[in-house]
Design a protein around this ligand. Structure first.
Ligand code: HEM
Length: 141
């Protein structure tokens, strides 16, 4: 399965890999600048491994979301609920994908084209629909 944005989103993730830059520190710096109260929630993460693992899982979910979509839509729903257990509000959880987009835009510089921008906008709009669906209380049968 492929969506209008699949190729450009994949290419942007590949490009960061080619640059040999680890985006982890950049992503979390941006996240904590926008949401300072989130930093303390990573108190167990002394080595940085949890942040790295979470970002790796988000990248994998993005690749699945733009590709076969075998699990990413469900993962977003279940992690949204799991993260409430970590005191991450749903509204903040939902912003993480845009934080990743903003970070990649910064890191890719001139390699970030208008097409890349449009592709990410399309994907984020689709992801938002799953967040909203997951956040909606289940109808009583
Ligand atoms: C701003 C949004 C987010 C915040 C503040 C946040 C925060 C956290 C925190 C504090 C932990 C560590 C919990 C612990 O002490 O073990 C964690 C773990 C995790 N998060 Fe997030 N999260 C966010 C968004 C996301 C998203 C969008 C996903 C994926 C859909 C995700 C996937 C995960 C996973 C898989 C782990 C477990 C990592 C591990 O294996 O240790 N998170 N998150």
């Amino acid at each position: 399965m492929s969506y209008s944005y699949s190729q450009a989103v994949e290419a942007s993730l590949e490009r960061v890999g080619e640059l040999g830059v680890d985006p982890t520190a950049h992503v979390y710096k941006r996240l904590f600048a926008a949401n300072p109260q989130m930093e303390a929630l990573f108190w167990r993460d002394e080595s940085g491994a949890i942040k790295g693992e979470m970002l790796a899982r988000v990248f994998a979910a993005i690749l699945d979301f733009v590709g076969e979509r075998r699990y990413a839509d469900h993962l977003i729903g279940t992690e949204l609920v799991n993260h409430e257990g970590f005191d991450v509000p749903r509204e903040v959880f939902a912003t993480f994908f845009a934080v990743v987009r903003d970070t990649l835009r910064e890191l890719l510089g001139a390699d970030w084209s208008a097409g890349t921008e449009a592709a990410w906008a399309g994907m984020l709009a689709d992801i938002d629909r799953f967040v909203v669906q997951a956040a909606r209380p289940k109808a009583v049968a």
